[in-house]
Design a protein around this ligand. Structure first.
Ligand code: UDP
Ligand code: MG
Length: 313
């Protein structure tokens, strides 16, 4: 039977790490699946890494790396994919919102020959109505960009070694893991699961963070906003032709409008459109700048393997 790597990004999850390790190993051992658990400490400010080290000492199937600072969940996932030694990798959360019992189902599908198994949320967890609406809009846009139905998708996935290798070759720094597995293609199956309540602690997302996340992910998958700029330009051009002819006709007929209001309104509308367009273009330039700098996506500061050697010596 082939090795399964479970990747668990963890940020300030000291209370959840032991729980996650216990539940995941219990489920996988019961299902007779050889596994390794890879905890990626995303620069936590609490004792997450110490707890991971303690777990690694008790259970040889547990490993961990720790970032030098917080690099975000995406970086943590990609670091985990690089670390993974398994023939397949599962990405899950540390707060156990993705039920570990689903993993054996995913593995079963993988054994049937599926290379990507997507975890699909049956119902979105408890959240505010505005949040739900926002999330749906966001997934519609992204779904259009990757040409797939992305609604109720999640970061909970199983990827075959082939897919992991493909993702490991991507050089882009700003990634959106959830959509990349759709983008990569391969034979895909889905399993549905019920999103659980977070066990301990609170969600790490602020509204501002979510908006930023949405904008970044949309622009990392589509240039539609840039086409919107062109579209706005065409609209203004048509409007200017119509208004221009009308203004000239009135001028020569000696009845030009002298209203200041028109001028102010026109300035405001055109000014606003130009500013927004510049903002959109600027956003893409900023992204090019970030990619061109070619900095590493994350910095690994510690590994549990080293810690073990330190104890042995
Ligand atoms: N996480 C991370 N880095 C971050 C934020 C979150 O590695 O900067 C991890 C976190 O520890 C958890 C997972 O990503 O395992 C999902 O985070 P959270 O539960 O806060 O998000 P939500 O479930 O509310 O979407
Ligand atoms: Mg969560």
């Amino acid at each position: 039977m082939n090795l399964l790597s479970v990747i668990i990004p963890s940020y300030n999850e000291e209370s959840n790490v032991p729980l996650a390790a216990a539940r995941l190993s219990e489920v996988l051992e019961t299902a007779n699946i050889p596994y390794e658990l890879i905890f990626v400490d995303d620069g936590s400010r609490d004792r997450t890494y110490e707890v991971i080290c303690a777990e690694a000492r008790c259970n040889p199937a547990v490993r961990g790396i720790s970032f030098s600072r917080n690099f975000g969940k995406e970086s943590a996932i990609f670091a985990g994919l690089r670390e993974a030694k398994g023939d397949a990798a599962v990405v899950t959360d540390c707060d156990m919102q993705f039920p570990p019992e689903v993993i054996p189902e995913m593995v079963a599908l993988w054994k049937q020959g599926y290379e990507v198994v997507e975890g699909k949320k049956r119902a979105r967890g408890k959240e505010a109505a505005a949040h739900g609406w926002f999330a749906r809009m966001f997934y519609k846009l992204i779904g259009k960009a990757v040409g797939m139905d992305m609604a109720s998708s999640s970061d909970f996935k199983l990827l075959d070694r082939r897919v992991v290798n493909v993702l490991n070759t991507l050089t882009e720094k700003d990634t959106f893991f959830r959509a990349l597995s759709f983008w990569a293609g391969f034979r895909t199956a889905t399993v549905e699961f019920e999103v659980q309540e977070r066990v301990n602690g609170t969600s790490k997302w602020s509204v501002r963070g979510l908006i930023q996340y949405a904008i970044n992910n949309i622009t990392s998958f589509t240039t539609a906003p840039l086409r919107l700029v062109t579209f706005l330009g065409i609209l203004s051009l048509i409007a200017s032709l119509v208004l221009g002819v009308q203004t000239l006709v009135r001028f020569f007929m000696g009845s030009a409008v002298e209203g200041f209001t028109t001028v102010i309104l026109l300035l405001l509308v055109i000014g606003g459109t130009i500013m927004i367009s510049l903002g959109i273009i600027g956003h893409y330039i900023a992204r090019i700048y970030d990619e061109v700098k070619n900095r590493p996506r994350y910095i690994v500061a510690h590994r549990t393997e080293e810690e073990r050697h330190a104890v042995d010596a």
